[in-house]
Design a protein. Structure first.
Length: 229
């Protein structure tokens, strides 16, 4: 389900007992709501349960280059894959997960003798500013798929929607009402709303984790590609 900006604003005004008041303009209410929504967004993102994950695989690095640009709405990377051509005896290409290189190991795979001893050709990535850099540059040419969390989308029109999760929009409503009450210097109400927000935060912190309770993630061997023959 989703809740419109107009609905959230109305419910926040009700919580602040400011339904008829013009002391806080609708533009200010919208700013309060967006700030609170980004806080809620971070609470969910930091549970690492893929609430907002999306993919983008129109990223191509041409010969002579070693990076591609991140999407304009990029927030956090979840994973990067490279498209590998089919090997002898196969008919189709396949995606291979890339590992991130530590910055102090940026030249680790530049020695050809070392690369030849490794089980797989080593290609790694690192976020540098607004780009994804692939190392070593000599192996960077190819097609890449980026799994990432986008930034929270600002709500501006009354019909814009917040994708609620089991009533979590209550966090946004309480926080927005608290900001409005603070502006009005109604500190008794601020205290009441703050306590309610704390309870809502605790609820989200506990309930938002373990989104897939039927099949947990397993331990991954992160060293497999570092083994020598």
């Amino acid at each position: 389900m989703s809740v419109t900006l107009s609905t959230i604003r109305t419910r926040a005004k009700q919580r602040a007992d400011m339904e008829k008041s013009k002391f806080v303009t609708d533009a200010e209410w919208n700013a309060f709501i967006n700030a609170a929504y980004k806080e809620l967004y971070d609470l969910l993102v930091l549970k690492f349960e893929d609430y907002f994950i999306t993919e983008n695989y129109s990223n191509t690095i041409a010969s002579g280059s070693d990076s591609f640009a991140l999407p304009s709405n990029f927030y956090k990377v979840v994973g990067i894959d490279v498209l590998r051509s089919g090997t002898a005896g196969t008919t189709s290409a396949s995606w291979e997960k890339l590992e991130r290189f530590n910055f102090n190991e940026r030249n680790r795979d530049s020695d050809e003798a070392v690369r030849n001893r490794l089980r797989f050709p080593i290609v790694r990535y690192r976020l540098l500013g607004s780009n994804v850099k692939i190392a070593p540059a000599s192996r960077a040419e190819g097609t890449y798929r980026l799994w990432y969390v986008p930034k929270a989308t600002e709500l501006s029109a009354d019909g814009d929607t917040l994708d609620e999760v089991n009533g979590y929009e209550e966090y946004v409503i309480l926080d927005s009402a608290m900001k409005a009450a603070t502006k009005e210097e109604n500190y008794e109400l601020v205290q009441t709303l703050s306590a309610q927000k704390q309870l809502q935060t605790e609820r989200i912190e506990q309930a938002a984790a373990n989104r897939d309770i039927g099949d947990a993630d397993t331990i991954t061997d992160v060293y497999a590609k570092d083994w020598f023959y």
